[in-house]
Ligand binder design. Structure first.
Ligand code: AHG
Ligand code: MN
Ligand code: MN
Length: 291
């Protein structure tokens, strides 16, 4: 897809900035606050500017939604078929400590009447990760394709052309420090079940990285609603829908606790938050078995 090819350029630019600049200053908090109420770091703004600049020139894109922009941005290509949403830098609390961050993206096709119904309007979704290697995964045409950037060849090489998510894994990924404030009591029982089944726990604090590990190794990722974040912390348009699309295509599941994330109606607020659980089909059974 042409848009994904353009995003590739953005991933390389973002990765290059992070490799060459002082990570501590990239993690500095700016004077901005974004629509989700988060502190905005220098690297959040740099990543947003890189992707915005690329997508604004793309004739296939009608509108752009970003975590770091209050409202949808119009490109000027009024009849273009797609809305592109992205989280320019996911896991920004990791920047100063040089821990993995990523970018999450989602490409939606407009209905003929100019609306978007729900997550089933997605034509492609994916994420990049800036870790030991720069990699990205794209979910498109019913397959998960996975690439790694080669510095030597200055290009992304295909590592896998059809990743499948294991039906049962061995890791649960959830910020357990919030468990006393979770609003849905099933999550505590679910974590207990995982521990009884000898699952281990991992939490990077970057959905791109925690989600990616779950795609590669199997298991479960969840961010429940809690007393502070009463709808959870994950934003539907540029974190929830894209990961749900990835998990469904890879053979896993997504849920907000009652329905598939893809079936949630497209929200009026582009920064709408949702509770989320993603995983393999065994973990779905485990979660569904809790009353
Ligand atoms: P962002 O850096 O784009 O604001 O996203 C961070 C999100 C998500 O990626 C991650 O899973 C979660 O926030 C981490 O939350 P905790 O601070 O509760 O660990
Ligand atoms: Mn994020
Ligand atoms: Mn972000």
């Amino acid at each position: 897809m042409e848009i994904v090819k353009l995003l590739e350029k953005g991933f390389i630019e973002i990765a290059t900035v992070m490799r060459d600049a002082n990570s501590i200053s990239l993690g500095n908090i700016t004077e901005h606050n974004n629509n989700s109420g988060d502190d905005v770091k220098t690297m959040d703004l740099i990543s947003n500017a890189i992707l915005m600049d690329i997508l604004m020139k793309c004739e296939q894109v009608r509108t752009i939604g970003s975590e770091e922009e209050d409202t949808l941005c119009e490109t000027g290509f009024k009849n273009a078929p797609y809305l592109v949403c992205y989280d320019p830098l996911d896991g920004s609390s990791n920047i100063d400590a040089n821990i993995t961050t990523g970018t999450i993206f989602c490409i939606y096709k407009y209905n003929d009447d100019g609306t978007i119904t729900n997550g089933h309007n997605i034509v492609a979704s994916g994420y990049s990760i800036y870790g030991a290697a720069t990699q990205y995964l794209v979910a498109h045409n019913d397959t998960l394709r996975f690439y790694q950037y080669s510095n030597k060849r200055q290009q992304f090489d295909l590592l896998h052309d059809n990743i499948r998510i294991k039906s049962k894994g061995g890791i649960y990924s959830i910020n357990e420090s919030s468990k006393k404030t979770w609003l849905d009591t099933r999550y505590e029982k679910f974590v207990d079940k995982c521990i009884d089944e000898k699952y281990s726990c991992r939490w990077v604090g970057c959905m791109a990285a925690d989600g990616h590990r779950t795609v590669i190794k199997g298991g479960v990722f969840a961010y429940p609603a809690n007393k502070k974040d009463t709808s959870g912390k994950i934003r539907l348009l540029y974190e929830g829908y894209p990961f749900a699309h990835i998990f469904h295509i890879g053979g896993g599941f997504s849920s907000n606790g009652s329905i598939s994330i893809l079936d949630i109606p497209f929200p009026k607020n582009i920064h709408q938050k949702i509770p989320i659980i993603l995983g393999g089909m065994y973990e779905k059974e485990l979660f569904d078995s809790i009353c």
